[in-house]
Ligand binder design. Structure first.
Ligand code: NAP
Length: 254
């Protein structure tokens, strides 16, 4: 059976949990060969087992996306294992501490920017370098957020980083279109993942209150973001580039 990513070599960061794990499974179903990266070894290895059970060729590499040496090692591993890099889902991210702008610590600011913005740029830098060497183009999808399109209270570094990812996506799309490298972003709304569970905390009615705020009256599932990322990475999206695409049950349409 063929899939929309048949034979493509795909890097997925943040593969050990939430959206990254769901993407790993969807990309495997669509017949991609996978290079899974996460800084949590146990989560990454569990995702590796899940995709291998689906029949995928895959490797896991422990990676901190905010470290250039780690990110270079991911691309090196992809080339050593599968011979090339065709697409990438740069998805790893952290939410950071909750604090309004004047109370946000410099430490929290630096940490969130390092992972959520610099991390995406480092991944793109290494992936694009490899794709240019190969000379056949490629597709990159970055994870921004609804918080990359509008302000959200209590997470200034996250909002700044995710707006940065949306901007970087457009800048790189403009730069590398002539090399047939398409670069897009997904902007998830509230998605049921471990990160969202941490943000909602212990309050029992928090999820329902949040869900009621959107047109579809529910949170999204990680698989719904994964499906969009797989499509954007595939040749079916051949004329789509430079788009920070909301996948948010209509939250941003309000
Ligand atoms: P998640 O369940 O926390 O999964 C993210 C994974 O990335 C975790 O395994 C995490 O490890 C890992 N990670 C964090 N920093 C890393 C680093 N420096 N290097 C490598 N791996 C790292 O979160 P998620 O909800 O799936 O989020 C995935 C992406 O979607 C993030 O970029 C997030 O900002 C974005 N997003 C999520 C939502 C949502 O509602 N869930 C909405 C909009 C955007 P740790 O568990 O140790 O942090």
């Amino acid at each position: 059976m063929s899939g929309i990513l048949d034979g493509k070599v795909a890097i997925i960061t943040g593969a050990g949990s939430g959206i990254g794990r769901a993407a790993s499974r969807v990309f495997a179903r669509e017949r991609a060969r996978l290079v899974l990266a996460d800084w949590v070894e146990a989560g990454g290895n569990e995702t590796l087992r899940l995709v291998q059970d689906l029949g995928a060729d895959a490797v896991f590499i422990k990676t901190d996306v905010s470290r250039w040496e780690d990110v270079k090692a991911v691309v090196t591993k992809a080339v050593a294992t599968f011979g090339r890099v065709d697409c990438a889902f740069n998805n790893a991210g952290i939410e950071g501490e909750s604090a309004v702008t004047h109370e946000c610590s410099l430490e929290n600011w630096n940490k969130v920017i390092a992972v959520d913005l610099t991390g995406v740029w480092l991944c793109m830098k290494a992936e694009i370098e490899q794709m240019l060497k190969q000379g056949h183009g490629g597709a990159i999808v970055n994870t921004s957020s609804g918080a990359g399109l509008a302000g959200v209270r209590g997470m200034p570094a996250y909002v700044a980083a995710k707006h940065g990812v949306a901007g970087l996506t457009k800048a790189a799309a403009v730069e590398y279109g002539r090399h047939k490298i398409r670069i897009n972003a997904v902007c998830p709304g509230p998605i049921r993942t471990p990160m969202m569970a941490r943000l909602l905390g212990e309050r029992p009615d928090a999820e329902q209150r949040f869900a009621r705020g959107g047109p579809l009256k529910r949170l999204g599932e990680a698989e719904e973001i994964a499906e969009a990322a797989a499509w954007l990475c595939s040749d079916r999206a051949s004329y789509v580039t430079g788009v920070p695409m909301p996948v948010d049950g209509g939250f941003m349409a309000q």
